[in-house]
Write a protein that binds this ligand. Structure first.
Ligand SMILES: [Zn+2]
Length: 257
């Protein structure tokens, strides 16, 4: 499937290509993916990016803010040819199984403003740092360092470090500015995280039992992040692609017809 650059969270800001191509995984792909997918979140993130880049090398030039959306699209196109899928979530309050048909139009994200995409400066520990949204290629450079030394294992923190241009010249100083941030430095970093990453909105669901009799504004919503939605590829594929009765037919039955 082709996804127009303008339909990505970054709106394709500055991209030299008009679209990104994502292919559904084959049976072999899914088996290989499940056999080799790393457990730790850092390596898994990198592993998913490599699958995307194999579909379209231009993905290396995409901003990290677009990657979370593309990772989900890769899974969605694998699970369902019409890009809709049945999702099931357990209500944390009453335990009821909630079902929802999720269509591509239900996947919402906040698009980034060109002013934001042009970068910013942030003051941390009294120093001014230049901030630029990292592409996959730029993020890789920072990421490799952390994969090797494992000093920091939280993906969000590494993404924030990768946001600061000065990392390439003064890695220890930038790392310290992020990791030992206090007070309003923390607030600034959280604001940057919202501006440059985490652009895909969680899916909202409502439990009809827990919300029974409540007015619309009183309803309590349940939010599910898109990362949580595909837990078991084969289960999702078989749920979303039911067989027709003529898909598999037994020879002995055919002969007696
Ligand atoms: Zn409930």
């Amino acid at each position: 499937m082709n996804i127009l650059s303008s339909q990505l969270p970054s709106e394709g800001f500055g991209y030299p290509f008009a679209a990104i191509n994502i292919k559904p995984m084959t049976f072999l792909d899914v088996v290989e993916y499940l056999e080799s997918v790393p457990k730790d979140p850092l390596s898994k993130y990198l592993y998913d990016i490599n699958w995307l880049v194999a579909d379209d090398p231009n993905i290396k030039k995409c901003y990290i803010m677009d990657i979370d959306y593309l990772r989900f699209m890769k899974k969605l196109t694998t699970v369902s040819p019409d890009l809709s899928m049945e999702i099931t979530v357990t209500c944390p309050d009453c335990g009821k199984t909630l079902k929802k048909k999720l269509r591509i139009v239900d996947i919402m994200f906040k698009t980034a403003d060109p002013i934001v995409m042009n970068g910013a400066v942030v003051k941390l520990k009294g120093r001014t740092y230049s901030v630029t949204p990292p592409t996959v290629e730029e993020f890789h450079k920072v990421f490799q360092k952390y994969l090797k030394f494992r000093k920091v294992s939280n993906l969000d923190l590494i993404k924030l470090i990768a946001l600061i241009d000065d990392f390439y010249d003064r890695p220890n100083e930038v790392e310290d500015a992020v990791l030992s941030a206090t007070h309003d430095d923390i607030t600034a970093l959280l604001a940057l995280k919202d501006l440059y990453f985490n652009r895909v909105e969680p899916v909202k669901m409502y439990c009809d039992i827990c919300n029974n009799g409540l007015k619309k504004e009183e309803r309590r919503e349940l939010t599910v992040s898109i990362d949580e939605l595909i837990v078991d590829f084969f289960r999702e594929i078989t749920i979303n692609n039911q067989l027709d009765e003529d898909k598999i037919q037994f020879k002995q039955v055919l002969q007696t017809r």
